[in-house]
Write a protein that binds this ligand. Sequence first.
Ligand SMILES: [Zn+2]
Length: 208
Amino acid sequence: MISALEALACLRDGNRRFVAVRSATTPLASQARRNELVTGQEPFAIILGCSDSRVPAELVFDQGFGDLFVIRVAGNIVAPSQIGSVEFAAARFGTRLVVVLGHSQCGAVGATLEELLGHATTESKNLRSIVDRVRPAVEPLLEGPSRGDPEALIRAAVLANVHASVDQLRHGSALLERLIETDGLLVVGAEYSLETGVVSFFEGSSPP
Ligand SMILES: [Zn+2]
């Protein structure tokens, strides 16, 4: 398995190809490639991304079948099943890079802001379980400098939500903490821009 930094370089290169519309992968795997993958997989990166239809991880990183272990959930939130999925891939396949991939104009983050601002309420307890996980990272921003500027507010909220998920993955699991401390596992945040197609990585991933 390649190291976390090598994996990060592959994702950066892939995103550059995506932005330049110069794919190195074929959209469909060949029969031979699918056959290879029947007996095993070695995904080189784990991506926790949003379900948004405009942010398909394999496409924005120009990767093919078997390359990425992708977990998608609205708002790229971290709940126990997401942590378990990351643990599974990191332990089973030896994958050493985890990327939390947020994106501009995220609807789940927007819905949380709407609710915090009193413009809407969520009736469904299932949807509420998502909003409630986004809320703690976003709520403090309503007291900050972007309060009166809706565009600045959603931008800051998307970043805060990515950082919160990174933090929860880094500290929400004894197994992942051990892999980070002793085995080269790296958890980084990133944001995909719907406007430009560029993925910006936050390698330090400290809260903004
Ligand atoms: Zn989203």
